[in-house]
Design a protein around this ligand. Sequence first.
Ligand code: FAD
Length: 377
Amino acid sequence: MALSTPLSQMSVALPTGLDGSSRSMIKVQSISFTEKSRGLLLRLDSKSRSLSVKKRSTICMSLQQASRSKVSVTPLELEDPKETPLNLYRPKEPYTATIVSVERMVGPQAPGETCHIVIDHDGNVPYWEGQSYGVIPPGENPKKPGAPHNVRLYSIASTRYGDSFDGKTASLCVRRALYYDPETGKEDPSKAGVCSNFLCNSKPGDKVKITGPSGKVMLLPEDDPKATHIMIATGTGVAPFRGYLRRMFMEDVPSFKFDGLAWLFLGVANTDSLLYDEEFASYLKDYPENFRYDKALSREEKNKKGGKMYVQDKIEEYSDEIFKLLDNGAHIYFCGLKGMMPGIQDTLKRVAEERGESWEQKLTQLRKNKQWHVEVY
Ligand code: FAD
């Protein structure tokens, strides 16, 4: 199944000559993701008069080809504000947005379900990469009869231009919270997570109350285009990094150029649980000098001690390089479930000690230099 996110009208710059030398602006009819992979396919209608394409058929171009000639985005005024947009909508007066699409992102062997959800805010709730939206699910708060549910936060998985590249949508990467009785092992739907299930069950056109945007800790520092960004994610923690990487490698933003190193470590259960994998693989192909991508598949791979392969095992594998990069000013980001941090911290501490360094001192320094960014939940 291929999902399609129709776009009103969007421009994309792409090579039209066989050698890719000449460029034209043509209109994009729709953007689609392949079901499992999230690989982006641009379906381009070649009606544009400025194009000298012989066949008036639809050109299908994979992201691999598209990313070299980046996608134009609007409105570029979204680059202008000096201040981060913050809490434009609060829980008492949320913004009512509309669901554009909800797509299951994982394959049949993945434990649990994760959905990619595109929300139309019509440009009214602007945000920057790395921020979160709050969502207020419909219904009554069981702890406060008559009052709405509490806000749940979700990291935004798109850039400020959204998956529609027009600044009107935001995408979320939501894992459905299910409850299994610890004694019987059976699922108990009465205890399923309220908001994640509301979002994953929603349909195009449904209304969703959002707040925010919120959060500054995961904003992408953009002062140095040659900076190194080491991103450590487990599961849905990949959301902010998808936004960063689209900004770095997919979008054509004249005032933002990236020529540093982005290194993503992604931990999930198995191959079927990978999120946005084809999108990331395409950056590897097109920007091998600027992007590295390491996966830890806990239920499929073994670490060197024969145990499950977690992100910290991958970190350990590359610890020399990582420590050198940190010493040279790299930013390091962690996002995902809270439980990921103790194992990672233990590994970093052990590696530091093996190198004759004090992890406590190093961590203090990284925090002081604003190189250390953590958002776990
Ligand atoms: P809730 O209804 O709040 O329930 C919470 C848990 O309790 C569930 O697992 C539920 O099954 C269980 N439960 C319910 N009733 C009982 C009971 N009686 N006994 C025992 N257990 C029970 N999540 C994402 O999926 N993607 C993101 O990108 C993301 N980003 C986040 C960013 C931040 C900064 C933060 C703080 C959180 C983020 N989260 C994200 C988590 C998200 O905010 C929610 O916490 C999550 O979706 C669960 O909310 P829920 O309403 O579905 O579950």
